[in-house]
Design a protein around this ligand. Structure first.
Ligand code: PGA
Length: 243
């Protein structure tokens, strides 16, 4: 399966940042991976025009579970689709923590995304305390069981909360064993469809550690935060993916 290298710009970026970034991606995106950029909502439309005709996909960072309605400040999956995006990140730990998003909320959003024709990228991952208590796999299994709709088609991103934005990453053995556990859980939950779901690793992926992380079994790509803001770093990570 081709790896997916996804960039999560979080709450960074202005219109003036787009042109140079997309020009670099258009020129140098490696052919052996799929690339996805998830900028803030305000930049989606302009990104869509700048990336038109390229193979680089575009995604949102969240959506509301309802198709439309009186929800001030929210954005629906159909609106994200309408500006030309194909993906949406859901259940990122920053949203689970800062906005109190439960697994049930994430599942509702995933259902809305799929209904609108978007591919959800569902984030799961344990806190440091949960890992120290030996509960990392149980926490992630529970997140998968309760955040994924019964008919899930999309992408899963394993992002240990303590590795996000910290420069720390799990050992290669820990990433490999968590990804194996996620694959097992996906097959148990979804049957043969679970075998085909890409499982991204996220949390302090940088050009320096990308080759080692992306070569691990069951790692189907990366969800990149900070390093996705600089085209050169994002491209170096994509280039490091195995052929
Ligand atoms: P980071 O963020 O690469 O800056 O650690 C990853 C993420 O939150 O998706």
């Amino acid at each position: 399966m081709r790896q997916l290298i996804a960039g999560n710009w979080k709450m960074f970026g202005k219109r003036a940042d787009i042109e140079a970034f997309t020009a670099a991606l258009r020129a140098d995106a490696p052919a052996h991976v799929d690339m996805l950029v998830c900028p803030p909502f305000t930049l989606l439309d302009r990104f869509a025009s700048t990336l038109a005709g390229s193979k680089i996909a575009l995604g949102g960072q969240d959506c509301h579970p309802a198709a439309e309605g009186a929800h001030t400040g929210d954005i629906s999956a159909a609106m994200i689709r309408d500006v030309g995006a194909s993906h949406v990140i859901l259940g990122h730990s920053e949203r689970r923590t800062n906005h109190g998003e439960t697994n049930a909320v994430v599942r509702g959003k995933a259902e809305a995304a799929i209904a609108a024709g978007l591919t959800p990228v569902i984030c799961v991952g344990e806190t440091e305390a949960e890992r120290e208590a030996g509960e990392a796999e149980a926490v992630v299994r529970s997140q998968l069981a309760h955040s994924l709709p019964a008919q899930f088609s999309g992408v899963v991103a394993y992002e240990p909360v303590w590795a996000i934005g910290t420069g720390r990453t799990p050992t290669e053995d820990d990433v490999a064993s968590m990804h194996a556990a996620i694959r097992k859980a996906l097959v148990e939950q979804l049957g043969t469809a679970g075998a085909a779901i890409a499982i991204l690793y996220g949390g302090s992926v940088k050009p320096a550690n990308a080759a080692a992380l992306l070569a691990l079994p069951e790692v189907g790509g990366a969800l990149v935060g900070g390093a996705s803001l600089k085209a050169a770093d994002f491209l170096a990570i994509a280039t490091a993916a195995p052929l």
